[in-house]
Design a protein around this ligand. Structure first.
Ligand code: MN
Length: 418
């Protein structure tokens, strides 16, 4: 009789919305609720597969924000597992350390929350399975925690649960760093890791799995998200399967508008690209960031009527069902200006001269002074729009000065009165 468990981590339950660009309230609602829905789908998977246990390798919570509403939700999901006799093994991660409810919430006795290093024995048929875990109370763990784990228990299948940044990962804080080689050398059969939000699997002396976040939170966590279903066979061999859990999947959709001359052609290109993306997305909802590329004479109209284009893209997405456009990015190259026709165009000439002016030091200094005054006049919580420090301000100026000339050109080119 095999022993089976689901391994997840970094659920970041009720993580606040990270994208300010999400102005569509229905989409904001979907993304805001997605971490919960993903957790429900993890519990569903446990019930459907009749697993013996659920392992949560840290960061179930998202830090201080978690409320008693989160706690009630969690208690009801834990009860579903408890009623079907599924054990839960959970350690705390750096974000859980900040959560107040993680200390207050009382779970059923089938839920084990590891504190200091601890080992729990489970038996299944003739198999002895030992789960080794520990939680670190501090949100910062600069040193390896591996030395705190006991040696493998002989004759048993040993499973280690650890929250770790491994050798380091961009965008993730250093936390209990350790190497894959050291994990393999420790003598355990399976390492259930958490912390890094991207799935990684390392086979070797042991099976080491970082399952990744089960539900992406924004476009930077794009693609399918999943958990790992682990089967320990009677011969003590370990098999893993990846199971989809994301309910809303972020995807970048690149649309080349080269060749599009009329507005409806551009809309058709976007519609087609969305259809193609939708066909490949297995999660229930697809949330697209549409990037327009290429060279098109429509550039000026697209810049000017960007909101209209976004509305068209949103409509196309809605018709596909469970598909959303989170943001539209214009990254089109301006039409070439070498032709005689363009050179003779006074608006282009004006545009060129504006761009030249905008890059002068004197103009930049004037713009900088203007922005600094505006920032100082705003209430404190509105001051970050132009960057958080001097480097950020310079970046903001780069952007405004380069895009501003295009925007003015666009308005003049398309002869708008708005
Ligand atoms: Mn973490």
């Amino acid at each position: 009789m095999a022993f089976r468990f689901v391994h997840t981590a970094d659920i970041h339950l009720d993580s606040p919305l990270r994208s300010l660009a999400m102005r569509n309230p229905d989409l904001a609602g979907l993304v805001g609720d997605a971490s919960r829905q993903a957790f429900v789908s993890i519990v569903d998977l446990c019930l459907e597969e009749r697993v013996d246990a659920l392992v949560i390798a840290g960061d179930l919570y998202d830090g201080e924000q978690t409320s008693m509403k989160t706690a009630r939700f969690l208690a009801s999901q834990m009860t579903r597992l408890h009623q079907t006799g599924i054990r839960v093994f959970k350690i705390r991660g750096n974000h859980d350390a900040l959560s107040r409810i993680s200390k207050q919430l009382v779970f059923p006795d089938t839920v084990t929350i590891f504190g200091r290093a601890q080992s729990v024995l489970q038996t299944a048929g003739g198999l002895d399975i030992v789960f080794h875990g520990l939680s670190f109370a501090n949100p910062k763990a600069p040193d390896s925690l591996l030395t705190k784990y006991p040696a493998a228990r002989e004759g048993a299948v040993n499973i280690g649960i650890m929250h770790t940044s491994l050798a380091g990962s961009p965008g993730h804080d250093v936390y209990a760093p350790c190497s894959i080689a050291d994990l393999h050398a420790h003598g355990f059969d399976y390492w259930a890791l958490g912390h890094i939000h991207v799935r990684q699997v390392y086979s070797g002396a042991s099976t080491v799995v970082m399952p990744g976040i089960p539900q992406g939170r924004d476009i930077n966590e794009a693609g399918e998200k999943s958990v790992t279903l682990v089967t320990v066979r009677d011969d003590r061999s370990v098999e893993i399967e990846e199971r989809l859990t994301s309910v809303a999947q972020f995807e970048r959709v690149s649309v080349d508008l080269t060749g599009a001359v009329e507005w409806p052609e551009a809309v058709a290109c976007i519609r087609f690209a969305l259809e193609e993306m939708r066909a490949t997305v297995r999660s229930r909802h697809a949330v697209a960031r549409v990037g327009l590329r290429g060279t098109s004479p429509l550039l000026w109209a697209l810049i000017r009527d960007r909101d209209l284009l976004l509305a068209e893209a949103e409509q196309a997405a809605e018709q596909l069902g469970h598909t959303w456009v989170e943001k539209l990015e214009l990254d089109l190259a301006p039409p070439r200006t070498e032709t005689d026709e363009d050179i003779a165009d006074p608006i282009f000439e004006l545009g060129q001269s504006m761009r030249a002016d905008a890059t002068s030091e004197a103009f930049r200094a004037e713009a900088r002074a203007f922005v600094q005054k505006m920032v100082a006049d705003l209430p404190a919580d509105g001051r970050d729009f132009a960057g958080k420090d001097e480097a950020g301000l310079e970046q903001f100026l780069d952007q405004v000065l380069s895009k501003g000339a295009d925007l003015v050109t666009a308005r003049l080119k398309s002869g708008g009165s708005s």
